[in-house]
Design a protein. Structure first.
Length: 354
């Protein structure tokens, strides 16, 4: 029994694919219209008429012959391309972000806010760093978050009133705010970075000056600051581009020294050394190839101690600009020292009296 004829469907079987009838064709044979008859195309493609004969009953417009006739086996490229264009969807990046890389180990829950602070601010953490910042009147403090134990520890070092009211949080909340890698000891402080005074004003303070030529590790810089505070350094100068900014890791390693010693950033270290020379300082570059550093021989001079980057040491122009190069007497069993350890030994030597 033949299926009923639907003149609005272009002689296609209801729900069946469009195609050429007969064995090996792309769809069921049309029920009427002759061998050259084509049914109506897919929705949105418009009606198609017979090849070289009368139009199907119910069709209202005739197509040009070159659009109505196709070679056997040829495909209607334009309508297919149009359909592909309409079905394009933008990639769903959310699914990729949520799915861990193949073969990666599962990581602990991490919030996107980890170690992030509003623009122009920085999170400091650690009992000593937070306590020192709270006691620094030059600090502009935004938030103070403490666990119960950390609040008692800070209170024992710095009695209230504090510049801001503390927010009581648990350790998990601090991990979420500061990051699980931050050794925060239950204390976090959101603050603006410090604005250093003018270099000429800093040089009015007594003591040597430290110049760091591309020392880039914030923990090394923080440890150097801690030694500098212990030996009465007047100021620390770093390079603007290849040196760390004020960060929580740096402040934690400095253990409060960030609030006590001004830190400057110079665009050009060599020109800065020239300016220090003009101010009456004797610039000594620390390098293992130089003769041993002697503190008593420098008792009548104010020293600017220059330390080079981790691994590479001082750059050539920095070395040539120094007044002298000196090293630390050490055993040949160890070729070099960490830059923060070398800074502590050198500072001890140049401040040692005869």
């Amino acid at each position: 029994m033949k299926p009923p004829h639907d003149k609005n469907s272009g002689n296609r079987n209801d729900g069946g694919p469009r195609g050429r009838g007969g064995p090996g064709g792309r769809g069921p044979a049309p029920d009427r219209g002759g061998p050259g008859f084509r049914g109506q195309g897919a929705p949105g493609q418009g009606p198609r008429g017979p090849v070289g004969g009368k139009r199907e009953q119910g069709a209202r417009e005739a197509l040009p012959r070159d659009q109505g006739v196709r070679d056997q086996g040829a495909r209607d490229v334009a309508p297919r391309a149009e359909r592909l264009t309409l079905t394009v969807r933008p990639p769903d990046n959310r699914a990729k972000e949520a799915r861990p890389p193949q073969g990666a180990r599962p990581q602990p829950h991490q919030d996107r806010r980890h170690t992030e602070a509003p623009k122009g601010t920085v999170w400091l953490y650690g009992i000593h760093a937070v306590t020192a910042a709270l006691g620094n009147p030059a600090r502009r403090i935004r938030r103070l978050v403490l666990t119960e134990e950390a609040e008692a520890a800070v209170l024992s070092r710095l009695p209230q009133p504090w510049p801001v009211q503390a927010e009581r949080v648990d350790r998990a909340r601090l991990d979420q705010t500061l990051g699980r890698d931050a050794v925060h000891q239950g204390a976090g402080l959101l603050t603006d970075p410090l604005t250093p005074p003018a270099l000429a004003q800093a040089l009015e303070r007594p003591g040597p000056v430290l110049v760091l030529d591309q020392v880039s590790d914030p923990r090394n810089v923080g440890a150097i600051m801690r030694s500098a505070a212990a030996f009465g350094v007047a100021a620390i100068i770093t390079q603007e581009r290849n040196a760390p900014d004020e960060t929580g890791a740096l402040a934690k390693a400095a253990s409060g020294a960030l609030e006590r010693i001004p830190m400057f950033k110079a665009v050009n270290i060599s020109r800065t050394l020239v300016a220090l020379k003009a101010a009456g300082l004797w610039c000594i570059g620390l390098d293992a190839s130089g003769p041993p550093l002697s503190g008593p021989g420098l008792s009548d001079r104010r020293v600017a101690l220059v330390l080079g980057a981790e691994g590479e040491g001082m750059r050539r122009l920095t070395r040539e600009t120094c007044d002298a190069v000196a090293g630390i007497g050490q055993s040949l069993a160890m070729e070099s020292l960490n830059v923060s350890a070398a800074a502590a030994i050198a500072l001890y030597e140049i401040t040692r009296k005869a």
